[in-house]
Structures are given as structure tokens and as C-alpha cells.
Write a protein that binds this ligand. Sequence first.
Ligand SMILES: Cc1cc2nc3c(=O)[nH]c(=O)nc-3n(C[C@H](O)[C@H](O)[C@H](O)COP(=O)(O)OP(=O)(O)OC[C@H]3O[C@@H](n4cnc5c(N)ncnc54)[C@H](O)[C@@H]3O)c2cc1C
Length: 394
Amino acid sequence: MRVSTGRASQSDSRMFTVVVDGYGVGKQRRAERQITVPFAQLQSLIQTIARRGGRIKAINESLVAEVLFEAPSPTAPESAPAPAPAAQAAPTNPAAMHHANVPVNLYKPKAPFVGTVIENYSLLAEGAIGRVNHITFDLAGGDPQLHYVEGQSIGIIPDGADSNGKPHKLRLYSIASTRHGDNMADDTVSLCVRQLQYEKEGQTIYGVCSTFLCDIEPGAKVKITGPVGKEMLLPADEEANVIMLATGTGIAPMRAYLRRMFEPTEREKNSWHFRGKAWLFMGSPTTANLLYDDDLNRYLSEFPENFRYTKAISREQNNAKGGRMYIQDRVLEHADEIFAMIEDSRTHVYMCGLRGMEPGIDDAMTAAASSKGLDWSQLRPQLKKAERWHVETY
Ligand SMILES: Cc1cc2nc3c(=O)[nH]c(=O)nc-3n(C[C@H](O)[C@H](O)[C@H](O)COP(=O)(O)OP(=O)(O)OC[C@H]3O[C@@H](n4cnc5c(N)ncnc54)[C@H](O)[C@@H]3O)c2cc1C
């Protein structure tokens, strides 16, 4: 067994990833698994694995650290840090534990919750391109109560029928509010919706559901399903670092994260006091199209040590080559700092927006990694496996 626990003098707040096979139930038992636990739970995890016949292959302080730096030379298992006494029951993967209480599919398409529109307003400034609205629904009175956590999505079933006369299918939208809702009453949900509009054979086509939502009036009833999604959940660790890469309405989950981190009312109510670094890269065609910009600037002035906000305004700014400034250009510009953050096992990266943003980010990360002698195609799956690389594009 190879054990790399880093510097023995570090505090107990370290996290360790145990690589194990033959442990778990069903398919899990046949596959190699990686279980990440805080230092305090390491000893009892090792004991549980041994009791259940699993085979520990390695214990690493950080999987990604191994890719970024030379793996430390093999050490005997007994040189693992003297762990705290096992005071708890069988330990579980904190990520899995964190996901276990997340609500999913409380309302399904056959029996959706019917919410009421509370408000619907444009998020764009004068001169912006297109139409993007912030829409809030009242969720009160559901049985069960429709609740959710930051990073999830809900489904909306627009009124009316499709060209075959059948009811429209649901469309998913990332939730832009925290679990408490914009009014902190725990019974609303907000979305950030861009009206889909494109040209086809000389005609302007408008998206069915996005138009339905952008046009909807306060008081109207709307069929809502969900919540769904566990890909974009925030880490529970108050000292985690969170890098966010968003374009357009991809800001929706990031707005929820940032409210949870920096809104005074949220911090008070959650008793979750974010102390890590949050860095938002925001891509937008024009300044007038920036979404929630005033709130983000307020967080910047109130939490300068914890929040950083880097904008790529494609039609107003130029990249180093004189072309349009896209989010991937900003990623490249800050590659050293981003990679320094990723070396820290507490750093998570979140990407959200149109699917088209992915190749650009991938190219930027590939170039940035190779400038440090690293292979992004190897590193990215490692980050994904460690549940630190979160992508939701559409
Ligand atoms: C997990 C998830 C989260 C999402 N979050 C958000 C969000 O926060 N905000 C948001 O606004 N949207 C979000 N979306 C997208 C949303 O679900 C809808 O897809 C979007 O609003 C369009 O739906 P619509 O009914 O308006 O369009 P539709 O009427 O369903 O039209 C869409 C169809 O139009 C066609 N089409 C689209 N563009 C073109 C084009 N340029 N040329 C030719 N044909 C075209 C395609 O066939 C496409 O399938 C999310 C999607 C997912 C999967």
C-alpha cells in the first residue's frame, strides 16, 4: 500500500483520499473506489474497510496534488499519521454524505407543483442584446414543500401544446436563488432565463418555454417539477476555494453560491461562514448584458479578501491577440493563479453556460497545464473523480 499523507505537522483539517477495492455493495465492490474523508475520520475508515474485506491501495492527501507534483516516495502503512480515536460510527465519503440529504424529484411531470409568479423583471441594462429575466415563483403550500439547495435545477412545463397537440415537455432551468429564496422565507425559487431567439429560413423563431417565462405576469400559475441535479452542489467546507466559470445565464447557480457566501442575511441564517476564496470569471457580450453585476460589485467591496470578479466582455474588450475577449482568454491570462489554486485539494471549479463554452475552456486549460509541464487530459478526469470539477452546460 502506498501512503502519502504530506507534512505530518499539518493541522487536522486535512482531507485524505483512500483508494480501495473490494469495498462497498454490488457494483461498487467490483470497482476501485476513492473515498475522501477528513483526517479525524481516516482511522475509523481504515478499520471499517478492513472489517468489510476491502483492500486499501493508497492513501493520499490529495489526488490532484499527486498529478501536479511528483508522487512522494512510497511509505510504509504504519507511517500514516496517528489518527484521532474513532469516536464515530462507520465513516462515509463526505461528498456522498453531503449529497444524501439533497432533495430530488419531489415533483414529477405527471403531478407537478403549481407555483405562482411573484415577480418577473429584466436583468439587462439599456442597449443590451436579447432578453434575460429574473423570475421568482411562490412555492408555499406544497405537500411536500418544494425545497432545494444551491446548484440544483427545476423543470418548467410551459402552458399550451406542441405541434402534435401534446402538452409541452418540461425544460430545465438552473436555480438562481439560495435555498432560502430571495426573500429569505424558504418558500420561493428564482430563475434567470434568456429568451431563445434565432433565425430560420428568413423567420425569427422564439423558444417555447423561455418566451413563456419571459412574458409571464405576476400572479400566473406555472407547473414546476424537481428539483434535480447533484453535479453543481457547493462543498460543505467553509474554507473551500470556488472558481466559477460562467457565460450568460450560466451565472444562475453562481449567483446562488455567491449569495450563500456573501449576503449578510444568508450568512446569519445559514451559520455557514464562507472563509475561502471565490473567483468568478464571467463572460458577457456587452457590459449592458452583465447579470447581477451590482450585487457582485457589492460583494467585491465587502469581501475583498474572499471574492474576485473577472469579466470577459467579448464585444468591448480585446484579448492579447487583438481578437474578442472571451472567458477562455481570461482563464489563460490567469493560468498560473488558477493552477496554484487547483493544487490545493480544497479548490473546486464550476462551469455553467452554453455548451459552446466547453471547448474554449478546455483549450485554455490544456495550454495552461502544458505551460506547467502538465497534461490537462489526465488532470481533468482526476479532478472530476475527486468531485472538484463541476460542469453543467446546455
Ligand atoms: C441543466 C440545465 C439548466 C439550464 N439552465 C438554464 C438557465 O438557467 N437559463 C436559461 O435561460 N436556460 C437554461 N437551460 C436551457 C433551457 O432548458 C431551455 O433549453 C431553453 O430555455 C430553450 O427552451 P425553449 O423552450 O425556449 O426553446 P425550444 O422551443 O425548446 O427550442 C429549442 C430548440 O430550438 C432549436 N434551436 C435552438 N437554437 C437554434 C439555432 N440557433 N438555429 C436553429 N435551431 C435552433 C433546437 O432544435 C433546440 O432544441 C438549461 C438547460 C439545462 C439542461
